[in-house]
Every structure is written in structure tokens, then in C-alpha cells.
Design a protein around this ligand. Structure first.
Ligand code: MG
Ligand code: MG
Length: 268
């Protein structure tokens, strides 16, 4: 069942999403060679609690930490560890927060120092595909329109679209209906409507779409060990249009990046 939210509930959801956004912004300034995932996890947990929220992932399905940290060929669901990041790595960080009974869930893939050109392009195209998916979250469209927009865009680059993991509805539970695959057909699937709140999250591989799970029971990695990128926003439909609940602006402030990519989807 799809749970539609009122305007008041969407405002509360935005609060939770923005705590995650600020957490990612705080982490952006910390990510450099020598830093470990566990360092970031500790900082994130304290930061989330200082903002009056609970870490959304800690204990969820028995996940042991507050962040999912997935470097290089790891797609998602990495458990933070003591391995220092190196120059040239990419690190996907997925973070959740729970406040006022509502979840935020939002992710960004960070370069560590200078990265190679192919990987840089993977990050750019994956992030762009997220906004192309978001633009389809409009009245009159269906889930498949979001899915198709993402898949069509990234497959032009011969990238692999992960099939096993998908976006989702979000609200009083982290994962609600409907599923939001990053592959699909225009005009197919559930009709999109006002009050829907979705976590849209392309997971895109430089090489094969195929993935496998490591023995820790969590980490998902690419089968060819080529890099994978993951960007995620929480989005609501208001007045027939997509509105961002989360933002990358804190990350961009920390990294000195200029961007107007969110302008079209501003919450007012
Ligand atoms: Mg997430
Ligand atoms: Mg998610």
C-alpha cells in the first residue's frame, strides 16, 4: 500500500531529510586519504543525535552502524571499517535519520582527492540520471517513467544499471511501497500522485550491471570489480510536481562546488 502524506507530514519529512543532508555536508569536509569509514560513522552518529534525531540505519534490519560506506567497486550497504581511504578512491555514503516519526534517506558518492576521468564521468552521469528520474515524478506519469528516464540516460554510456536494488517509498518506515527501479518502461507501473514521497536512488556501474553479495551478508559489489556510483534524494509530489526534501547544497558548500541542479525542484 502506498501511504500518501499531507503537506504537514511532508514538512516533517523534509526536516528528517535535511538532517541527513547536513550530515553528508559535514562528512564532505572530512573525506580525505587516511580517514576511515569508522571515523566517519562515529562523527555522523554524534551529529545526527546532536540534531535531535536518531540514526536511521543503526539497528535497521540489524545493520550495525549509522552509515553505509561503499568504496570503489562496492555498490551499496558497506559496513564501515578501519581501512583508510586512498587518493583516487570513490566512496558512496548512504545515511538515514529518524525524527518526529519520519525517516530521511539520502546518499552521495564522493571522490577522495583526484580520481581518474572514467570514474569522474561515472559520478557525473549517475548524479545527472538522478535528476532526470526526479523530473518524471509528476502528475500523470507512472513509476516506469522515472525508471526509464534513468536507465535510458545511463545506458547510452554503456553503464550497467543494477537490477537487484531499487529506490522506494519512504515515510514512517524506511522502505515503503512503491518500489522505484532504475530500469523500466515508460507508462508502466503505479500511477504517481500528490502526497507520494519517494527515495529515488540510481546505482550505476562503470562495467557490468551484475553484482554479488560479500560474505558479511551486507556488502554488494560489482562482479567485474569496476567502480559503482550511488546518488539518492528524498522527493515528494506537491501540486503535481516533484519537490526535493533533501539537498546536496551542504556538500557543495563544503567542497566549493557551484550548482543550480536543484533549482527546478525547490521546496517552498
Ligand atoms: Mg539510502
Ligand atoms: Mg534508499
Amino acid at each position: 500500500m502506498v501511504v500518501l502524506k499531507t503537506i504537514e507530514e511532508i514538512a516533517l519529512m523534509r526536516e528528517s531529510a535535511q538532517i541527513v543532508s547536513k550530515t553528508l555536508g559535514m562528512l564532505a569536509a572530512e573525506i580525505k586519504p587516511g580517514v576511515t569509514g569508522l571515523d566517519l560513522d562515529k562523527k555522523a552518529e554524534a551529529f545526527i543525535r546532536d540534531h535531535g534525531a536518531e540514526p536511521g540505519f543503526l539497528g535497521l534490519y540489524d545493520f550495525p552502524n549509522s552509515l553505509c560506506i561503499s568504496p570503489n567497486d562496492m555498490v551499496v550497504h558497506g559496513i564501515p571499517n578501519n581501512t583508510p581511504f586512498k587518493e583516487g578512491d570513490i566512496v558512496s555514503i548512504d545515511c538515514g535519520a529518524l525524527k518526529n516519526g519520519f525517516y530521511g534517506d539520502h546518499a552521495y558518492t564522493f571522490p577522495v582527492g583526484e580520481i581518474d576521468k572514467d570514474t569522474q564521468k561515472l559520478l557525473e552521469i549517475t548524479k545527472k540520471s538522478l535528476y532526470m528520474g526526479i523530473a518524471e515524478f509528476r502528475e500523470g506519469n507512472r513509476i516506469g517513467d522515472i525508471s526509464y528516464a534513468i536507465q535510458n540516460f545511463v545506458e547510452k554510456e554503456n553503464y550497467g544499471v543494477v537490477r537487484e536494488l531499487v529506490g522506494h517509498g519512504i515515510g514512517r518506515t524506511m522502505h515503503e511501497k512503491p518500489e522505484v527501479p532504475n530500469y523500466g518502461r515508460k507508462g508502466q507501473g503505479k500511477r504517481l500522485q500528490n502526497g507520494m514521497t519517494l527515495a529515488i536512488e540510481p546505482m550505476i556501474n562503470l562495467g557490468t550491471q551484475k553484482v554479488k553479495q560479500l560474505q558479511d551478508g551486507w556488502s554488494i559489489v560489482t562482479k567485474d570489480n569496476k567502480p559503482s556510483a550511488h546518488f539518492e534524494h528524498d522527493v515528494a509530489m506537491v501540486n503535481g510536481k516533484p519537490v526535493l526534501l533533501s539537498t546536496f547544497k551542504y556538500i557543495y558548500e563544503a567542497l566549493g562546488i557551484e550548482s543550480d541542479e536543484e533549482k527546478e525542484f525547490m521546496y517552498t
